[in-house]
Write a protein that binds this ligand. Sequence first.
Ligand SMILES: NC(=O)c1ccc[n+]([C@@H]2O[C@H](COP(=O)([O-])OP(=O)(O)OC[C@H]3O[C@@H](n4cnc5c(N)ncnc54)[C@H](O)[C@@H]3O)[C@@H](O)[C@H]2O)c1
Ligand SMILES: [Zn+2]
Length: 366
Amino acid sequence: MTAAPTRIAVNGADPYEVVVGAGVIGELVPALGADVHRVAVLHAAPLTEVATRVRSDLEAAGLSVTSILVPDGEAAKTIDFAAGCWSELGRAGFTRTDAVVTIGGGATTDVGGFVAATWLRGVPVVHVPTTLLGMVDAAVGGKTGINTAEGKNLVGSFHPPAGVLCDLDTLTTLPTVDYVAGLAEVVKAGFIADTRILELVEADPTGATRPDGPHSRELIERAIRVKAAVVGGDLREKNVAGSPVSREVLNYGHTLGHAIEKIEDYRWRHGEAVSIGMVFAAELARLDGRLDDDAVARHRAVLTSVGLPLSYGGGRWDELLAAMKVDKKARADRLRFVVLDAIGTPAALEGPEPAMLEAAFHAVSA
Ligand SMILES: NC(=O)c1ccc[n+]([C@@H]2O[C@H](COP(=O)([O-])OP(=O)(O)OC[C@H]3O[C@@H](n4cnc5c(N)ncnc54)[C@H](O)[C@@H]3O)[C@@H](O)[C@H]2O)c1
Ligand SMILES: [Zn+2]
């Protein structure tokens, strides 16, 4: 028997639901609502079969469908591809009562969300994320964007989706390395908020690396709840180190992670860079007297148990430091890190001493 879908509310000015379960892609027609007449389905190549089935479902419901194949990976997130989509929408006569559907990983949901945000200043979009990262992170929260020659995600817009359908069946074709990279964000949600996630990974690390693992659905749902609570503002009441929880906590491990991705010319998987970044942040917190040895060891144990990397072998500290300083989250040249005061209790570390940063980097250098 298949478990009933789980519905996670994302609050805010435009609330919506994230539906999680096997086969939930079948809810696409109701998720689009009765006002929609035309639908553009943007899909990544590995999802062609899924997109074809979706197309017949939509057509059977009387909707007119434009299918758009998205180039693989980051090649999707370009102004040229977005412009091609705008032309297709124009040719199909898309109006404000029509909608975009994305089926793919974070690259597809990002560019599809951007096209929906910009067409006629915004038409509805429903995301069907098909990577673990897409489900627990990219498709939830309303950030959309494309890259420019100068950097990643420099152009974009906030455009909350009308709904998000996380169909767990789609994960069966996802390569394990991609699934495991997405687990870095799940584990991140465990460190910053829901420590039960860490216990579930610790109970069965091998199972955690597979979408059909005994706790996988719960892990996915818990990670989505953390993201939904942060972006929906539900955690605003809970004080963290005297200040409200902001979206910034989602950046745990990302300051060094983004720097690694950048100096490695984006050939690394995001989650692998973030994994090292979380160990770095834990070492920083230990040096700052916030975390004890056991908490830092727990970072290493959980991440390595699912096959995520703990150290960076490339050296190049000066380049990484320079990259961290231009990361868009740095404020006025003062480096700022999300760290933990305890497992599950995030805080901000403002302007750490250069020697402390270097010592933390030394601890994550292979
Ligand atoms: N908007 C946000 O808040 C947010 C948050 C995190 C990440 N992102 C963005 O997400 C992107 C990364 O997302 P990603 O890791 O999902 O990468 P991706 O979208 O590039 O997908 C990774 C690869 O897996 C393939 N794929 C996707 N689903 C599959 C499936 N079910 N079976 C087989 N293959 C499949 C894709 O075609 C691609 O080749 C980045 O561009 C990042 O900037 C956005
Ligand atoms: Zn991330």
